[in-house]
Design a protein around this ligand. Structure first.
Ligand code: ADP
Length: 289
């Protein structure tokens, strides 16, 4: 992380929660370790006068907090007027669960002296047919300029067509990476270089789901959807799109010249090294020039 860079870090629900459990549970081993790594990077930066103001925004997934209620109530699927009362409860439950997760995550960040500020998507973002159509970034830019680290997360939102929808952390990440404009306090210029890092529970993208198959090949660089189409069909589709959903969002960023990297955040120091611009095993998503 250096003064000319804005880093958008996504921490997957698979990393911060125990995703396979029936009841929601935070993975505190990972959360504490990652908070420590982020704090180390921030300290290294503030001890080096060459490096200027913060440029970090954190997005996290919903994991075992968001997916079960969203799935149970089929949030995001079309429904009839009679079904709306039940859907509203499903929306409320999901919103409340992901908010709880966010509070637990921010508790740990704050314990580590990370100046985070929680930002709730459902209170100001809307979608149209599941894609973001209203998202005012002014406040996030202001927090960043004041040295805070905004923490925003996958949530349920109002949708112009479907009434309610699930908004993935991956889509939030894509929108922010595309649209965020931030000035450095030193130069007052718009920061141009944005970097996107996704910490998940596998070392990037493979030709087959590595959780299920041993014979999938690791893909160090991905530049098109073609490779995705050839993936094993079981490629993890959760309510927000799983690995394929992630890659589609990232290819949109690649189209406008923003590179992203998917890394294994279970690996100690992977997040730290990625934030410091060091080489970490994973998959880079960028278009061929
Ligand atoms: P997160 O919660 O970290 O955002 P997801 O659970 O949505 O991540 O997606 C990551 C998961 O995608 C991995 O745990 C892996 O099992 C699964 N997956 C499915 N297909 C693939 C693939 N071809 N390559 C890598 N991971 C895959």
């Amino acid at each position: 992380m250096n003064g000319d860079q804005m880093i958008i870090l996504k921490l997957g629900g698979s990393i911060l929660t125990k995703k396979d459990l029936k009841d929601p549970e935070v993975n505190y081993t990972n959360l504490n370790r990652i908070a420590n790594e982020i704090k180390t990077v921030l300290d290294n930066k503030s001890n080096n006068s060459e490096l200027s103001e913060p440029g970090l925004i954190i997005i996290h997934g919903a994991g075992s907090y968001g997916h079960p209620p969203a799935k149970k109530y089929n949030i995001g699927e079309a429904f009839t007027e009679e079904q709306y009362p039940k859907k509203r409860i499903g929306f409320s439950k999901t919103q409340n669960c992901v908010k709880k997760l966010n509070t637990l995550i921010c508790d740990v960040f704050i314990d580590h002296e990370i100046p985070c500020v929680s930002v709730q998507a459902s209170s100001f973002i809307t979608t149209k047919n599941r894609r973001i159509n209203r998202f005012n970034l002014d406040l996030i830019e202001k927090y960043l300029n004041e040295g805070f680290i905004p923490v925003i997360y996958g949530d349920v939102v109002l949708d112009d067509d479907l009434k309610i929808a699930v908004l993935s952390g991956d889509q939030i990440l894509q929108f922010i990476a595309k649209n965020l404009k931030i000035k450095t306090s030193k130069t007052n210029n718009l920061q141009s270089k944005k970097e996107v890092i996704l910490g998940t529970d596998v070392a990037g993208v493979f030709t087959k789901n590595p959780k299920k198959y041993d014979d999938g090949e690791h893909i160090p660089k991905l530049s098109s959807l073609e490779k995705i189409e050839r993936f094993d069909s079981t490629t993890n589709i959760d309510v927000t799109g799983g690995m394929i959903g992630k890659i589609k969002e990232l290819l949109e960023l690649a189209d406008i010249g923003i590179e992203s990297k998917i890394i294994d955040a279970n690996e100690p120091n992977a997040i730290l090294n990625a934030l410091e611009g060091k080489n970490v095993r994973g998959t880079i998503i960028k278009r061929d020039n």
